[in-house]
Write a protein that binds this ligand. Structure first.
Ligand SMILES: NC(=O)C1=CN([C@@H]2O[C@H](COP(=O)(O)OP(=O)(O)OC[C@H]3O[C@@H](n4cnc5c(N)ncnc54)[C@H](OP(=O)(O)O)[C@@H]3O)[C@@H](O)[C@H]2O)C=CC1
Ligand SMILES: O=C(O)C1=N[C@H](C(=O)O)C[C@H](O)C1
Length: 251
């Protein structure tokens, strides 16, 4: 398969290695300094473009790829609030294809299934208070992480006593702390911690006076994200519309 890369940072480089190891060809690599390459035939020849850039750049990149009828797999986070509705329309009504996931690792797909099941069970146990914490490297631009927002949305969908999430304690890259994890009855607080080079840790906790139940996904490196993105590209080559990990990982 011919793959174009949009964004050649930590993820773009790891995806390049993973894609080549699975027998794919990288036909174009677009970063900040060679945006003209979107208009070159090498880019248009790609079966799929894999996009990992930033919250600010992602939506513009989708538009440029769609203009050239190139399908996109993207893991960029933090753009959904501003552009989610437009992207749904572009894919569901205008024939474009985007496979987007806040987290491409199989481990988080499994974690997400446990998260949904646990939230359902907890409807019967009001004595447990739910909170979430995510920890990432100090370079991360968005908070809460895209994964934390997806996990929070799953809890809200399945746990009747929560109807939204709020930002909780923020530990910033320089170590300063703002906000707090104080909980209200109907909102789920998400704490965000920025520390060292942590690839990504997500924890959901249910605490009662008697005990705590805690589930954690701890990414040891970025290999799981990269493999998931390449598997998603292989899937996207033969599917259309707005796609996500529940289309790819079925269990
Ligand atoms: N869904 C998932 O599984 C995962 C998602 N992510 C998300 O992916 C995104 C990227 O992560 P990561 O690779 O670690 O970040 P990096 O900062 O390491 O890489 C991003 C790259 O994109 C480049 N870039 C910025 N704007 C554009 C643009 N308009 N066109 C092309 N390239 C551009 C940056 O260039 P420059 O440095 O010059 O600005 C940089 O080289 C983040 O939003 C992150 O949250 C990360 C890991 C897993
Ligand atoms: O920025 C990152 O690094 C990551 N971003 C994604 C997110 O926002 O959830 C996925 C992963 O946790 C790494």
């Amino acid at each position: 398969m011919k793959i174009a890369l949009i964004g050649y940072g930590k993820m773009g480089r790891m995806i390049e290695q993973t894609a080549i190891s699975r027998g794919h060809e990288i036909v174009s690599i677009i970063d900040v300094n060679n945006q003209d390459d979107f208009d070159k035939s090498a880019f248009s020849s790609a079966d799929v473009a894999i996009e990992f850039t930033s919250p600010m750049a992602a939506y513009g990149n989708y538009l440029k790829a769609f203009k050239h009828h190139v399908k996109v797999v993207s893991g960029s986070t933090g753009w959904m609030k501003d552009h989610g509705d437009d992207v749904k329309r572009l894919c569901n009504e205008e024939g474009n294809t985007l496979f987007w996931a806040s987290n491409f690792s199989i481990g988080v797909a499994i974690f997400s299934a446990v998260n949904r099941y646990l939230a359902k069970i907890m409807n019967n146990f009001p004595q447990y208070n739910v909170t979430m914490e995510e920890t990432h490297h100090v370079h991360k631009l968005d908070a809460p992480s895209g994964t934390a927002i997806s996990l929070a949305e799953e809890i809200i969908e399945n746990l009747d006593r929560k109807n939204g999430w709020v930002k909780g304690l923020q530990v910033h890259a320089d170590g300063t702390r703002t906000g707090s994890n104080e909980t209200t009855a109907d909102k789920l607080p998400i704490a965000s911690i920025r520390r060292d080079e942590v690839p990504g840790i997500h924890t959901v906790s249910y605490d009662s006076e008697a005990d705590s139940i805690t589930i954690t996904h701890d990414a040891h490196n970025r290999k799981g994200f990269a493999l998931g993105a390449v598997l998603a590209a292989e899937y996207t080559a033969t599917h259309t519309g707005l796609l996500t990990t529940s289309d790819l990982f079925k269990f």
